[in-house]
Design a protein around this ligand. Structure first.
Ligand SMILES: N[C@@H](CCC(=O)N[C@@H](CS)C(=O)NCC(=O)O)C(=O)O
Length: 202
């Protein structure tokens, strides 16, 4: 199995963490989607990472890849057998992915010359981040589908999104009034899978 991407991407990190947690052996192929000579579009028509190549099939979009890895029936399961509960956890994981995606759009916008940056776009993405974090905080405080006794997909996606906000210094005050998310982030960062996938400046 080959995972294509780089650890500065919260979505690539999420898949790496899942592979490590499940003990699935994989080869990591370091590729940036942003370089002109990137090979990523050869694997994913959308030109985005992560991409997972397994046997004769190429998987893209981290939500699909996470589903595919769940189908391997390796332990620990990151989704419960109850399909409705699993759907609720996947929805929270998507909220976390949305926070990360909004963060990524802020980073890209801020890379443009200052006079071409759209304050409206930056504001819109910041609002998505704050609303998404509020949703995740409420779920983590409640503890049934996020930050519950058993590790799940939403825990991993949320910790990757928070890690990305910290790494890119976006919404630096995210932890104010969000104690359940702080607790979740601290707990997840102690796991070997997170320690091994810390992003470094690209
Ligand atoms: N929904 C996608 C988002 C992936 C994504 O946006 N990846 C970024 C890196 S963090 C990327 O490859 N961007 C390249 C581009 O948009 O051209 C997923 O979950 O895999």
């Amino acid at each position: 199995m080959k995972l294509i991407g780089n650890y500065t991407s919260p979505f690539v990190r999420k898949i790496s963490v899942i592979l490590l947690e499940k003990g699935i052996t994989f080869e990591f192929v370091n590729e940036s989607p942003w370089h002109a000579e990137s090979h990523v579009p050869d694997f994913n028509p959308l030109g985005k990472v992560p991409v997972l190549v397994d046997n004769d099939h190429t998987w893209y979009d981290s939500a699909i890849i996470a589903d595919y890895l769940e189908l391997q029936n390796t332990t620990p399961p990151l989704l419960p057998a109850d399909r409705l509960r699993a759907l609720k956890i996947r929805q929270l994981a998507l909220a976390a992915d949305g926070v990360a995606e909004a963060g990524l759009l802020i980073v890209r916008e801020q890379m443009r010359p200052a006079d071409q940056q759209s304050e409206e776009q930056l504001m819109r993405q910041r609002e998505k981040i704050l609303r998404g974090l509020d949703t995740l905080e409420a779920a983590a405080a409640q503890g049934e589908f996020l930050s519950s006794a058993e590790l799940n997909l939403a825990d991993i996606a949320t910790a990757c999104a928070l890690g990305y906000l910290n790494f890119r210094r976006i919404a630096p005050g995210w932890c104010v009034d969000r104690p359940a998310l702080i607790q979740l982030a601290e707990k997840m960062l102690q796991r070997d899978s997170f320690a091994r996938t810390v992003p470094s400046a690209a």
